[in-house]
Design a binder for this molecule. Structure first.
Ligand SMILES: Nc1ncnc2c1ncn2[C@@H]1O[C@H](COP(=O)(O)OP(=O)(O)OP(=O)(O)O)[C@@H](O)[C@H]1O
Ligand SMILES: [Mg+2]
Length: 186
């Protein structure tokens, strides 16, 4: 299915879209977003959650402290799930059941796991995916085989400066699931 021409909202603060990037967005489903604080990151998560449904895989890429867990906290709020989203020291995956009759959020931090889905077999992500939203931090090269479709967020921050709260995010929809979704509406 061809993605429809995206409806853009140039007045939206924090979105960064030149004409060139817009046409890119229509072709490949990639949008770029700038957030300027942890609160804005969380709010982005809440907005993104509105697009998500059971069976969706969200991959978060970005260095330590980029804001992956902060964004996931917003996703959890937007989905209306139980329990605080944290970055636990020992738990690799945590299931947050829905409080609103929606899909549970499965939050995976694969930082300490080796490569490939085999190393994650105990988590049974393939079993839970059809009825869950699965969000994975540090999942590159580990969870792609779960499904052909995924929403990928690349979070970038200025290297070295730990006080800079500006984050540049590249949001890409991969696969049929996201082909017709207008990500620029986020
Ligand atoms: N714009 C921003 N978005 C998100 N977090 C920000 C932002 N600006 C500053 N921060 C701070 O950066 C830190 C991000 O921490 P967080 O745990 O979300 O990162 P992470 O990407 O999950 O790291 P890790 O790889 O260790 O799991 C927090 O302390 C947060 O307050
Ligand atoms: Mg984290």
């Amino acid at each position: 299915m061809e993605a429809p021409a995206a409806a853009h909202n140039p007045a939206e603060p924090g979105t960064e879209q030149s004409g060139a990037e817009r046409s890119g967005a229509e072709r490949s489903g990639t949008v770029r977003i700038v957030v300027e604080s942890p609160d804005e990151m969380r709010e982005l998560g809440r907005r993104l959650a509105k697009l998500l449904r059971a069976g969706d895989l969200v991959m978060l890429t970005g260095e330590l402290g980029a804001g992956k867990t902060t964004l996931t906290r917003g996703l959890g709020e937007g989905l209306g799930v139980r329990g605080a989203v944290t970055s636990p020291t020992f738990v690799i995956a945590r299931v947050h059941p829905s409080l609103v009759d929606g899909p549970p959020l499965v939050h995976v931090d694969a930082y300490r796991l080796g490569g490939g889905l085999d190393d994650m077999e105990d988590l049974d992500l393939d079993v839970s995916l059809p009825e869950s939203v699965i969000v994975v931090e540090w999942g590159e090269g580990k969870v792609e085989e779960l499904t052909d479709d995924r929403l990928h967020l690349l979070i970038h921050r200025a290297v070295g400066d730990t006080t800079d709260e500006v984050r540049h995010i590249t949001l890409t929809g991969v696969g049929e699931r996201w082909a017709a979704v207008d990500l620029s509406a986020v």
